[in-house]
Design a protein around this ligand. Structure first.
Ligand SMILES: Nc1nc2c(ncn2[C@@H]2O[C@H](COP(=O)(O)OP(=O)(O)O)[C@@H](O)[C@H]2O)c(=O)[nH]1
Ligand SMILES: Nc1ncnc2c1ncn2[C@@H]1O[C@H](COP(=O)(O)OP(=O)(O)O)[C@@H](O)[C@H]1O
Length: 189
């Protein structure tokens, strides 16, 4: 059986990663498995433990990380995030395409370990629109919004490290473009 792809999806906070993902993640043709990360950030209304993230304390996170349980990890605006190593290779060996929705430092670590990873960066139509979206979502206090926006400009400087850059103007169109990219790579490898 053909080994599944390792797909990395990044993009600044509020660009619409989650919104675009919802449009294609359950497409049976793409054979995707979403990797549920560990995070120390607080759960947002509507999020579910074990579905959006495994919500853990800082102590639990560091214990897993230090025991070698993470494929990659990073600190993002005051919280830790990491991809559990268990499951990723197993799923790929079963032919599943594993999707990691992670930030730029983690993506770098993944690329070092797995240079074949299919990396996609989602950009907003403009920084003003990004600001409108992150504020409009209303999940973070103003101080955190400011920190995430400052981070966003630095992250946007890293798009050259990604194989594909997709603009999220219309989420369905962005999802269709990502579908085509994944299908093309499924045929190639
Ligand atoms: N390195 C790394 N980044 C992650 C992981 N999970 C999520 N992230 C990233 O952490 C950042 C913050 O995520 P989150 O707090 O959910 O905010 P959101 O992007 O605004 O929805 C985003 O860039 C995510 O892509 C992970 O396991 N590892
Ligand atoms: N193409 C788009 N046009 C307008 N609003 C969008 C678009 N994509 C996402 N949004 C909105 O922007 C906000 C942030 O989207 P979200 O998917 O939570 O981003 P991320 O997961 O990248 O942080 C949400 O309120 C979402 O409804």
């Amino acid at each position: 059986m053909k080994k599944g792809l390792l797909i990395v999806l990044s993009g600044p906070s509020g660009v619409g990663k989650g919104t675009v993902l919802k449009e294609f993640i359950n497409d049976p043709d793409l054979k995707l498995s979403y990797s549920v990360s560990l995070t120390t950030r607080k759960m947002r209304p509507g999020e579910k433990d074990g579905v959006n993230y495994h919500f853990v304390s800082k102590e639990e996170f560091l214990k897993v990380r230090d025991a070698g349980g993470l494929l990659e990890s990073a600190e993002f605006v005051g919280n830790y995030y990491g991809t559990p190593v268990a499951g990723v290779e197993e799923l790929r060996n079963k032919g599943r395409n594993v999707l990691l929705e992670i930030e730029v430092q983690g993506a770098r670590q993944v690329r070092q370990k797995c240079p074949d990873a299919l990396t996609i960066f989602i950009v907003p139509p403009s920084m003003e629109e990004l600001e409108r979206r992150i504020r409009g979502r209303g999940t973070e206090p103003e101080e955190i919004v400011q920190q995430r926006l400052a981070k966003a400009s630095r992250e946007m400087d890293m798009i050259g490290e990604y194989k594909y850059v997709v603009c999220n103007d219309d989420p369905r169109l962005a999802a269709d473009i990502i579908r085509v990219i994944i299908k093309r790579h499924m045929e190639q490898e």
